[in-house]
Design a protein around this ligand. Sequence first.
Ligand code: GRF
Length: 208
Amino acid sequence: MKKIRIGVLVSGNGSNLQALIDASRTEVLSCAEIVLVISNKKEAFALKRAQQANIETLFLDQKLFSSRTDYFQKICEEMKKREVELICLAGFLLKCEPNLIRCFQNRILNIHPALLPKFGGKGMYGMRVHEAVIRSGEKESGCTVHLVDEEYDHGPILLQRKVPVLAGDTAETLAQRVLKEEHLAYPEAVRLWIEKEFKNVCAHSSAG
Ligand code: GRF
Protein backbone atom coordinates (compact mmCIF):
# COMPACT_ATOMS: atom_id res chain seq x y z
CA MET A 1 0.00 0.00 0.00
CA LYS A 2 1.27 3.43 -0.94
CA LYS A 3 2.40 5.60 1.95
CA ILE A 4 2.72 9.35 1.68
CA ARG A 5 6.34 10.38 2.13
CA ILE A 6 6.86 13.11 4.70
CA GLY A 7 9.91 15.27 5.37
CA VAL A 8 10.08 17.18 8.67
CA LEU A 9 11.98 20.39 9.43
CA VAL A 10 12.98 20.92 13.06
CA SER A 11 15.12 23.16 15.27
CA GLY A 12 14.54 21.95 18.83
CA ASN A 13 13.03 19.39 21.14
CA GLY A 14 10.93 17.64 18.53
CA SER A 15 7.97 16.53 20.61
CA ASN A 16 5.69 17.21 17.65
CA LEU A 17 8.04 15.21 15.43
CA GLN A 18 7.72 12.39 17.97
CA ALA A 19 3.92 12.61 17.82
CA LEU A 20 4.08 12.30 14.02
CA ILE A 21 6.52 9.37 14.19
CA ASP A 22 4.35 7.57 16.76
CA ALA A 23 1.16 8.20 14.80
CA SER A 24 2.71 6.98 11.55
CA ARG A 25 3.43 3.69 13.29
CA THR A 26 -0.16 3.22 14.45
CA GLU A 27 -3.52 3.35 12.73
CA VAL A 28 -3.78 7.09 13.33
CA LEU A 29 -1.42 7.87 10.46
CA SER A 30 -0.49 4.54 8.95
CA CYS A 31 -0.95 6.09 5.50
CA ALA A 32 2.25 8.11 5.97
CA GLU A 33 5.93 7.54 6.62
CA ILE A 34 8.54 10.03 7.71
CA VAL A 35 11.52 9.57 5.42
CA LEU A 36 13.74 12.53 6.31
CA VAL A 37 14.25 14.95 9.20
CA ILE A 38 16.31 18.10 8.57
CA SER A 39 17.49 20.42 11.33
CA ASN A 40 19.15 23.81 11.16
CA LYS A 41 20.53 23.18 14.68
CA LYS A 42 23.17 20.53 15.22
CA GLU A 43 22.20 19.92 18.83
CA ALA A 44 18.45 19.65 18.27
CA PHE A 45 17.06 16.79 20.36
CA ALA A 46 14.64 16.19 17.48
CA LEU A 47 17.57 14.68 15.52
CA LYS A 48 18.13 12.10 18.26
CA ARG A 49 14.45 11.22 18.29
CA ALA A 50 14.56 10.62 14.53
CA GLN A 51 17.73 8.54 14.76
CA GLN A 52 16.20 6.43 17.51
CA ALA A 53 13.28 5.78 15.18
CA ASN A 54 15.65 4.82 12.34
CA ILE A 55 14.72 7.83 10.24
CA GLU A 56 17.33 9.50 8.07
CA THR A 57 18.52 12.85 9.44
CA LEU A 58 20.43 15.79 8.05
CA PHE A 59 21.91 18.79 9.83
CA LEU A 60 22.14 21.66 7.38
CA ASP A 61 24.18 24.60 8.65
CA GLN A 62 22.83 27.87 7.31
CA LYS A 63 26.25 29.48 7.74
CA LEU A 64 27.66 27.33 4.95
CA PHE A 65 25.30 28.84 2.37
CA SER A 66 25.83 32.22 0.76
CA SER A 67 22.16 33.20 0.90
CA ARG A 68 18.89 32.13 2.50
CA THR A 69 17.60 31.28 -0.96
CA ASP A 70 20.52 28.86 -1.51
CA TYR A 71 19.88 27.31 1.89
CA PHE A 72 16.22 26.68 1.15
CA GLN A 73 17.12 25.45 -2.36
CA LYS A 74 19.27 22.80 -0.72
CA ILE A 75 16.38 21.79 1.57
CA CYS A 76 14.14 21.55 -1.49
CA GLU A 77 16.70 19.37 -3.32
CA GLU A 78 17.18 17.01 -0.38
CA MET A 79 13.41 16.62 0.00
CA LYS A 80 12.94 15.99 -3.74
CA LYS A 81 15.75 13.45 -3.76
CA ARG A 82 13.76 11.34 -1.26
CA GLU A 83 10.51 11.89 -3.19
CA VAL A 84 8.98 13.74 -0.26
CA GLU A 85 5.34 14.65 -0.91
CA LEU A 86 4.59 16.69 2.21
CA ILE A 87 6.85 18.82 4.43
CA CYS A 88 5.89 19.32 8.08
CA LEU A 89 7.46 22.16 10.03
CA ALA A 90 7.71 21.02 13.64
CA GLY A 91 9.29 23.72 15.75
CA PHE A 92 11.41 24.93 12.82
CA LEU A 93 12.53 28.43 13.71
CA LEU A 94 13.49 29.81 10.29
CA LYS A 95 10.99 31.48 7.99
CA CYS A 96 10.73 29.47 4.78
CA GLU A 97 11.94 31.33 1.71
CA PRO A 98 9.61 31.65 -1.29
CA ASN A 99 11.67 29.22 -3.39
CA LEU A 100 10.91 26.32 -1.00
CA ILE A 101 7.27 27.35 -0.76
CA ARG A 102 6.97 27.40 -4.57
CA CYS A 103 8.81 24.09 -4.83
CA PHE A 104 6.25 22.52 -2.43
CA GLN A 105 3.18 24.65 -3.20
CA ASN A 106 0.37 23.76 -0.76
CA ARG A 107 2.53 20.91 0.52
CA ILE A 108 4.06 22.50 3.61
CA LEU A 109 2.28 22.41 6.98
CA ASN A 110 3.14 24.22 10.19
CA ILE A 111 1.90 23.97 13.76
CA HIS A 112 1.53 27.12 15.83
CA PRO A 113 0.81 27.17 19.60
CA ALA A 114 -2.14 29.59 19.52
CA LEU A 115 -5.50 30.07 17.84
CA LEU A 116 -4.48 31.85 14.64
CA PRO A 117 -5.04 34.45 13.30
CA LYS A 118 -4.58 35.69 16.87
CA PHE A 119 -1.08 35.64 18.36
CA GLY A 120 0.82 34.88 15.18
CA GLY A 121 3.33 36.73 13.04
CA LYS A 122 6.95 37.78 13.29
CA GLY A 123 8.45 37.33 16.76
CA MET A 124 5.51 35.21 17.95
CA TYR A 125 7.15 31.94 18.87
CA GLY A 126 7.79 29.84 21.97
CA MET A 127 6.90 31.33 25.34
CA ARG A 128 6.27 34.75 23.80
CA VAL A 129 3.04 33.42 22.34
CA HIS A 130 1.74 32.12 25.67
CA GLU A 131 2.86 35.25 27.53
CA ALA A 132 0.92 37.38 25.05
CA VAL A 133 -2.20 35.22 25.43
CA ILE A 134 -2.11 35.54 29.23
CA ARG A 135 -1.43 39.29 29.09
CA SER A 136 -4.39 39.84 26.81
CA GLY A 137 -6.80 38.15 29.24
CA GLU A 138 -8.05 35.59 26.68
CA LYS A 139 -10.25 32.87 28.14
CA GLU A 140 -9.05 30.24 25.69
CA SER A 141 -6.03 29.36 23.64
CA GLY A 142 -4.97 26.31 21.66
CA CYS A 143 -3.05 25.31 18.59
CA THR A 144 -3.41 25.67 14.85
CA VAL A 145 -2.16 23.55 11.96
CA HIS A 146 -2.06 25.52 8.72
CA LEU A 147 -0.62 25.49 5.24
CA VAL A 148 2.49 27.62 4.88
CA ASP A 149 2.50 30.56 2.54
CA GLU A 150 4.91 33.47 2.20
CA GLU A 151 3.63 35.35 5.27
CA TYR A 152 4.32 34.28 8.85
CA ASP A 153 1.61 32.05 10.38
CA HIS A 154 -0.79 32.99 7.62
CA GLY A 155 -1.86 30.20 5.20
CA PRO A 156 -5.23 28.38 5.22
CA ILE A 157 -6.09 26.68 8.50
CA LEU A 158 -6.56 22.90 8.50
CA LEU A 159 -7.33 22.25 12.14
CA GLN A 160 -7.47 23.91 15.56
CA ARG A 161 -7.76 22.45 19.05
CA LYS A 162 -8.71 24.62 22.00
CA VAL A 163 -7.78 24.67 25.68
CA PRO A 164 -9.03 26.94 28.47
CA VAL A 165 -6.76 29.59 29.95
CA LEU A 166 -7.09 29.05 33.70
CA ALA A 167 -6.85 31.57 36.51
CA GLY A 168 -3.29 31.41 37.81
CA ASP A 169 -1.84 30.08 34.54
CA THR A 170 1.73 31.05 33.75
CA ALA A 171 3.12 30.92 30.24
CA GLU A 172 4.69 27.58 31.20
CA THR A 173 1.51 25.92 32.49
CA LEU A 174 -0.44 27.16 29.47
CA ALA A 175 2.32 25.96 27.10
CA GLN A 176 2.13 22.46 28.59
CA ARG A 177 -1.63 22.31 28.17
CA VAL A 178 -1.39 23.53 24.57
CA LEU A 179 1.47 21.17 23.71
CA LYS A 180 -0.61 18.13 24.69
CA GLU A 181 -3.23 19.23 22.18
CA GLU A 182 -0.55 19.85 19.53
CA HIS A 183 0.45 16.22 19.72
CA LEU A 184 -3.12 15.20 18.85
CA ALA A 185 -3.72 17.99 16.34
CA TYR A 186 -0.68 17.52 14.10
CA PRO A 187 -1.17 13.84 13.18
CA GLU A 188 -4.90 14.46 12.70
CA ALA A 189 -4.26 17.46 10.44
CA VAL A 190 -1.71 15.53 8.37
CA ARG A 191 -4.27 12.78 7.94
CA LEU A 192 -6.90 15.31 6.82
CA TRP A 193 -4.46 16.84 4.33
CA ILE A 194 -3.59 13.42 2.90
CA GLU A 195 -7.25 12.45 2.60
CA LYS A 196 -7.97 15.66 0.73
CA GLU A 197 -4.97 15.45 -1.61
CA PHE A 198 -4.72 11.73 -2.20
CA LYS A 199 -8.29 10.50 -1.57
CA ASN A 200 -8.77 7.05 -0.03
CA VAL A 201 -5.06 6.46 0.74
CA CYS A 202 -5.64 6.67 4.50
CA ALA A 203 -8.84 4.66 4.39
CA HIS A 204 -7.04 1.84 2.55
CA SER A 205 -3.97 1.82 4.71
CA SER A 206 -5.81 1.70 8.02
CA ALA A 207 -8.04 -1.06 6.66
CA GLY A 208 -5.08 -3.26 6.33
C1 GRF B 1 5.57 23.92 19.41
O1 GRF B 1 4.94 24.64 20.43
C2 GRF B 1 5.04 24.34 18.06
O2 GRF B 1 3.73 24.77 18.08
C3 GRF B 1 5.94 25.50 17.69
O3 GRF B 1 7.20 25.15 18.22
C4 GRF B 1 7.05 24.24 19.31
C5 GRF B 1 7.88 23.06 18.97
O4 GRF B 1 7.94 22.12 20.01
N1 GRF B 1 5.93 25.74 16.28
P1 GRF B 1 8.60 20.70 19.72
O5 GRF B 1 10.01 20.94 19.20
O6 GRF B 1 7.76 19.99 18.71
O7 GRF B 1 8.60 20.00 21.05
